[in-house]
Design a protein around this ligand. Structure first.
Ligand code: SF4
Length: 768
């Protein structure tokens, strides 16, 4: 029997890139049930919201223009009305819910054995063609309850264009063409999902039509041919974070959940694995967590991509952790993303509603030496702008007030390190920081934020503002996303994702009170942020199933789990430090507000000065973050000559010329002759990660002499004699002898101070 499909299958492909989902959607519910494949048939809240938004928009459009709609009780326009509209025999400018399916086979599906199901376009507009005078043009419009039209929304419209073209050909309508511009009508930037107003996002259809054609010709027939039946399923699948919204999750999850012993779980369970990596592993016969945990030599396996080869060690480590149920250290020796001393931990949680694209809830807690000093949690009552600003002002004014007190205190103690307060802001997910920055960016015109919370803008500058340079530097980096630190340092027995629930339960134990244990309605498979279901339910239906207090309690629970994970990480660092292997290397100074310039009223010279300083501060931090990675990772990314063999050194005048043998793995390093800022060390992190010591290890690569061509197995360096004979380099030379030398790029900047002084002088002149 042939398989039918519609635009929603096209959208699925471009949204999930999942072969299995497409194949299952080509089967009827009866066929799936017979296998059996469990499908969640409950209507999703965002789908309900989408229908409601579309109804409101079409109702409003009907008042402003004329819309041909299905007869009462029908969900699609009749064939007769469709034909009349397309032939220009109807007076209306728009038609809603037109079934675009031609009655015969569509030419673009020739040879695929597939047929079209119903395809209902939200709206079609008929207007005189701007390109071809005297002809008519049809514009395809999709109404979406979203603030951001994505590529998969646009491919859906492109597919409608292909189907409509087939229908026009079948009807032999020759004086009408399809506009090459499609439209998504979405929620207005300054409106809300409950409104009936829309914003038009027009886009060129051609690139999306090419994607659709390629999918229909090259992928769809192959996917449709995959065998699925009782006891057999040849579809490729990979469970990842997006699967949360898929109706087949329960079915696919059965391959990775706790009912299977850890080693036999599908390899999808390993967090950070991509679709492409899973396909490569399958080709090598690595299909389970246990296979991957023991796949030594994977990085060198023939035919695997560079990216899988680079991440092989990390993925094997994670699989080993999952298989053994234990916490393992990664190959990363340390991280530059978190400081080792935090006297005042300022913990923030940010929940986001993707439909309204607004903050849904904000939480803040200050903890001094383990004692909670302050806590403010606010759940936005709606997706309205004023509710979002209220939440930001209420919660983050508390953060700024606490930082103001700390800044005043640190100024008063004037450098007394014991009495100074080291403050640090902590989020769990990196996406929370981005959502907060974007939210602040939406309200820069609001006086409460422009003036009262200007420091907040400096701490979390939106993308289009020049950031405060000092907050991008080593000494004042204000915030850390704990998930990144944990992912860098530890492999944990978690499935698919390092979300707060799984991570805190892996670290403390499932029933430990320090772990985040959400109530059932808040639990999500691969994320611990508020689900779209909860947010939309509260906003659409009020406090029927969930109350605002429930959400506040959930935010507080997550703040507690983040607090516990922060303490645990600091304690792990203390223990590692006693063994001389510190994990946390960010050497921050006691907190002070930084205000190089006013980001909201910057003149040209301010911006120039800020950019100059920014290059310096961010350059130093980037260099340290790179140097904190293990030598093998630095080498594989071309940023390090690793494991060099010291052949000989010759002193000539004020210089020393040193020759090294370069092992084959290091011969593609991208460090060149004459490059500034290189250091020659034994890879000891106390030397490599201490900018104050870099001048004692500085060196330069010599160009090959005229008589000799460059030999990749040979590296010639020069070093000032004073440095070579200095006590630090000599002590390393004595200790390290000939093996295992490393050349890395550090960061030296001699110009910034001078340029900054000059720009400040010019700025002072402007003000005179
Ligand atoms: S749950 Fe994920 S893997 Fe399974 S069908 Fe859906 S998208 Fe594909």
């Amino acid at each position: 029997m042939g398989k039918g499909f519609s635009a929603s299958t096209i959208k699925s492909w471009f949204q999930y890139r999942c072969e299995r989902k497409v194949r299952y959607e080509l089967s009827s519910d009866v066929e799936l049930a017979a296998i059996p494949i469990v499908k969640d048939v409950r209507e999703k809240p965002w789908a309900i919201l989408g229908n409601q938004f579309e109804e409101r928009v079409v109702r409003r459009l009907s008042h402003e223009s004329s819309v041909l709609k299905p007869s009462f009780g029908d969900d699609a326009l009749s064939e007769v009305l469709t034909g009349a509209f397309l032939r220009g025999k109807r007076p209306e400018a728009y038609a809603a819910q037109m079934n675009l399916r031609p009655s015969g086979p569509a030419s673009f599906l020739e040879g695929t054995g597939l047929y079209l199901n119903r395809n209902l376009a939200d709206l079609i507009r008929r207007s005189p063609s701007a390109t071809y005078p005297g002809r008519t043009e049809l514009t395809i419009i999709d109404v979406k309850a979203t603030r951001r039209a994505t590529a998969f929304h646009k491919t859906q419209v492109a597919f409608y264009a292909r189907v409509l073209q087939a229908l026009l050909q079948e009807m032999k309508v020759s004086d009408t063409s399809i506009s090459r511009t499609g439209e998504i009508w979405r929620i207005k930037d300054d409106g809300s999902a409950s409104s009936d107003e829309w914003q038009v996002e027009a886009f060129a259809l051609d690139p999306y039509i090419r994607l659709v054609d390629d999918f229909c010709a090259n992928h769809l027939p192959e996917i449709a041919a995959k065998q699925v039946g009782v006891g057999v399923d040849r579809t490729f699948f990979h469970v990842y974070f997006k699967c949360e919204q898929c109706s087949f999750l329960e079915h696919c999850r059965s391959a990775i959940d706790d009912h299977n012993s850890p080693s036999t779980r599908d390899v999808s369970a390993v967090a950070g694995l991509t679709h492409e990596a899973k396909r490569s592993l399958q080709r090598l016969g690595v299909t389970s967590v246990g296979n991957l945990a023991t796949a030594k030599g994977l990085a060198q396996a023939p035919g695997i991509s560079w990216s899988l080869s680079r991440r092989a060690g990390l993925l094997i480590n994670r699989a080993a952790s999952l298989a053994s149920g234990s916490i393992l250290r990664t190959e990363e020796q340390n991280t530059y993303l978190m400081p080792p001393r935090i006297d005042a931990a300022l913990i923030i949680s940010v929940d986001h509603d993707p439909v309204d694209d607004r903050i849904a809830a904000l939480g803040y807690r200050r903890i001094d030496h383990g004692v909670i000093q302050n806590e403010v949690i606010k759940v936005a009552r709606s997706g309205d702008t004023r509710d979002e600003i209220a939440a930001i002002v209420d919660v983050l004014a508390a953060l700024i007030a606490d930082l103001t007190a700390i800044d005043t205190h640190n100024e008063a103690v004037d450098g007394d390190d014991d009495r100074s307060v080291y403050a640090h802001i902590l989020f769990y997910e990196p996406s929370e920081v981005l959502n907060l920055q974007t939210a602040i960016g939406r309200h820069l015109e609001d006086e409460r934020i422009r003036t009262g919370l200007l420091h907040l803008v400096r701490l979390f500058p939106p993308d289009d503002l020049v950031p405060e340079p000092e907050f991008r530097g080593v000494h004042h980096l204000p915030a850390t996303a704990m998930r990144t630190v944990i992912e860098q340092l530890w492999a944990l027995p978690v499935t698919v994702a390092y979300d707060l629930r799984q991570v805190s339960q892996a670290v403390f134990g499932r029933d430990d009170p320090r772990a985040y244990k959400p109530t059932p309605q808040f639990e999500r498979p691969f994320s611990s942020l508020l689900s779209i279901d909860i947010v939309r339910d509260l906003r659409e239906n009020g406090e029927v199933r969930t109350t605002f207090d429930d959400v506040r309690n959930d935010v507080a629970d997550r703040l507690s789990a983040l607090q516990a994970l922060t303490n645990w990480t600091l304690e792990q660092n203390r223990q590692a430090t006693t063994k001389g292997k510190a994990l946390l290397r960010l050497s921050k100074r006691p907190f002070r507000f930084q205000a190089t310039f006013d980001p909201l009223n910057a003149v040209d010279l301010d911006v120039l000065l800020a950019c100059e300083l920014l290059e310096n501060r961010a350059g130093m931090l980037d260099a340290l973050i790179n140097l904190a990675r293990p030598a093998q990772r630095r080498r594989d990314s071309g940023k390090c000559f690793a494991n060099l063999y010291f052949r000989d050194a010759q002193k000539k005048g004020g210089k020393v010329f040193i020759q090294f043998d370069v092992p084959i793995e290091s011969q593609s390093a991208e460090l060149n002759a004459g490059e500034f800022g290189l250091i020659l060390t034994d890879d000891d992190p106390d030397n490599r990660l201490n900018p104050a010591l870099w001048p004692a290890f500085t060196c330069r690569i010599r160009p090959p002499s005229n008589s000799s061509l460059a030999q990749p197995g040979n590296l010639r360096l020069e070093m000032p004699r004073t440095i070579f004979e200095g006590p630090l380099f000599q002590s390393v030379l004595q200790r390290n002898a000939r093996n295992n030398w490393f050349v890395d790029k550090a960061f030296f900047d001699v110009n910034t101070d001078r340029a900054a002084r000059f720009l400040s002088y010019l700025a002072a002149g402007e003000n005179r």
